[in-house]
Structures are given as C-alpha cells and as structure tokens.
Ligand binder design. Structure first.
Ligand code: SF4
Length: 309
C-alpha cells in the first residue's frame, strides 16, 4: 500500500491562528511520514503543552499529549518499552527548553533513537506571548511590557553539548526543505534534534516572516561541500566550523543539517549489550502474566540502568 500525505491527516479541527508557522510544520511532518511510508500504527507522536503540542491531534498515530515539559521522558519510555515504534516529540521552546530543559539535556546523553521537533517561536503563544527561552535579550514583542531582560539559550549548542547525534535547523514556511530535514532526522539512528524557526504572527511581532527571510540561508547552498557528518576521529577537524555555524544567529541564520555523528551507540544498543534479547523481547512485547503472575516485571528490565527518570 502506498501512503499519501493526506493519509496522515486526522479529522480534528486545527486550532491555530491564521498565518501561524505551525501549519507549515504540520504539512512537512505529514509529507515526511508519507515519503518514509511509516505505518501510522507504528507511529507515536508525543507533545507537552503549547500551541505546537496540539500537533498530536493532527497526525494519525497512537499519540500522547502529556503535561508541560514532560514529553521527552514519556517518549523515552515508549521507545525503550518497544524500540520497533517510530517516536517523534513535538513541542515549543518553552515546553522543551524551559520546563523540560533538564529532560532535553538528559536525552542527548542517552542518545535514544527519537526525533525531537522544536517549534521555535521564542514566545509562550498558548498563554498570551510571554518571553520564551529563545527570545534574545532586549527584544520587546507586543505582549511584553518591557524589553526582554534575559538572553536566549542557543538550542543547537545546547543539543551539541548534551550529546545529540543529529542536529538541524529548518524554517516553517519552507515546507519541502523542512520535510527533507524531518525525514533525515527520523532516519538517523539516535537522538535527532531539529530546531524549526516558526513565526508566531499573533504574539511575536519582532521575529516575523520578513525578519527571518532576510536572514536565513542554506548551508549546502552557500558551500556545496558542506558535510557535517562525523564518521570517525578523522572528521573531528570539522567540529570548529560546525560550532561556528551553530553559534551564528543574528544578521545571518544558517539552515540545514549542522551535525551528524554516525559513530555513537544508542541507549537501545547499550541495553542490548547488557541484556541480550532486549530488542527481540522488549518490555512492551513480553507477556504481562503467566498463571496470574508477572514473569518479568517491566520495571526490573530497566532496574539500575537509568539513574534519573
Ligand atoms: Fe501560532 Fe502564535 Fe497563534 Fe500559537 S499564538 S497558534 S504559535 S500564531
């Protein structure tokens, strides 16, 4: 059966403001899933709280809408319980980098095979436009009484320092290019992070469509030899240039794949080494009871393997 992007749409009424960048991101997600031909029965989209997290209702899958900032631990649990599932996290910068910031860094250390899509609009849109973690210092959006007194976190550098093995940046209104980045992130084996610049026309009147479009450029168009893949120690010479591009955010903002480490094992690989048979019979696929008793308690499988939740 050949799936079309419309097969990934749901009947739910899409509740975003007219012109919101989220529409472009949603279209790119539908198209990426169709081109990868992912079975919706094998797909789990996990979202926290925010306009972006409503995407869990707009993509066909076995999706989960969780509390603020906790999408990454829930997605990690789903993936580790059944590594055969395709698990994608959707969230805004407030959800993933503010209240969920600790979980964001913990995922990089673990390198679980998840894809994180950050709808990055620099404001808390759902709660009327307070400054989000990626809003630069000194910027006064229309919802703020004074210019922002805190500086922005750089999500790409944070992801790199945390250990993510795939890091990219896309733009919400460039649906085709974004679709390709999402496909590459899903296909990557390990924790993939895609920072998606997403204008919020309702509350962020500074970082608008026009503001972004004056600044963004594609790394592979500027430099046809751009290759951020790390295949071994010999590629470490690329790191200074990669970090320089991750730091660039101002008059020019690079888009595309910024980093991909193909050398690191995933947490699932490490579980398999320590618990042979884990992949064949992960907790979600084990019988939950034999003669009324649990043969293997699901939590025992992970006992002592993870310190934090
Ligand atoms: Fe989109 Fe902003 Fe409206 Fe939320 S508040 S739906 S981010 S335009």
């Amino acid at each position: 059966m050949v799936r079309r992007w419309a097969d990934y749409k749901t009947e739910a009424w899409v509740q975003w403001c007219p012109g919101c960048g989220d529409f472009g991101i949603l279209a790119a997600i539908h198209r990426a899933l169709a081109e990868l031909d992912i079975d919706p029965r094998r797909l789990v989209v996990v979202g926290g709280i925010g306009c972006s997290s409503r995407s869990v209702y707009y993509v066909r899958g076995s999706n989960v809408h969780v509390i603020h900032g906790r999408s990454i631990p829930v997605a990690s649990g789903v993936k580790l319980a059944n590594p055969e599932l395709e698990v994608v996290v959707v969230g805004g910068d407030g959800d993933l980098l503010g209240i969920g910031g600790g979980h964001f860094t913990a995922l990089g250390r673990r390198n679980i095979d998840l894809t994180i899509l950050l709808f990055d609009n620099s404001v808390y849109g759902l709660t009327k436009g307070q400054a989000g973690p990626t809003l630069p210092v000194g910027v006064k959006t229309k919802a703020l009484p004074y210019p922002n007194v805190q500086d922005r976190v750089n999500p790409l550098i944070l992801a790199y320092a945390s250990g993510y093995t795939f890091i990219a940046r896309g733009y919400a209104y460039h649906v085709n290019q974004l679709k390709d980045l999402i496909k590459a992130g899903i296909e990557h084996r390990g924790s993939a992070f895609i920072d998606i610049l997403q204008p919020c026309p309702t509350y962020n009147d500074m970082m608008t469509k026009e503001w972004y479009e004056e600044r963004i450029y594609y790394l592979n168009e500027e430099d046809p030899l751009w290759d951020p893949r790390i295949r071994g120690p010999e590629d470490h010479v690329k790191i200074p240039r990669i970090v320089e591009k991750m730091l660039e955010f101002g008059d020019r903002i690079p888009l595309g794949i910024l980093y991909q480490d193909l050398t690191k094992t995933t947490l699932e690989d490490r579980f398999e080494q320590q618990m042979p048979g884990y992949r064949k019979a992960p907790p979600a696929l084990r019988p939950i009871s034999v003669n009324g008793r649990a043969p293997v308690h699901p939590f025992k499988v992970f006992k002592d393997k993870l310190i934090e939740t």
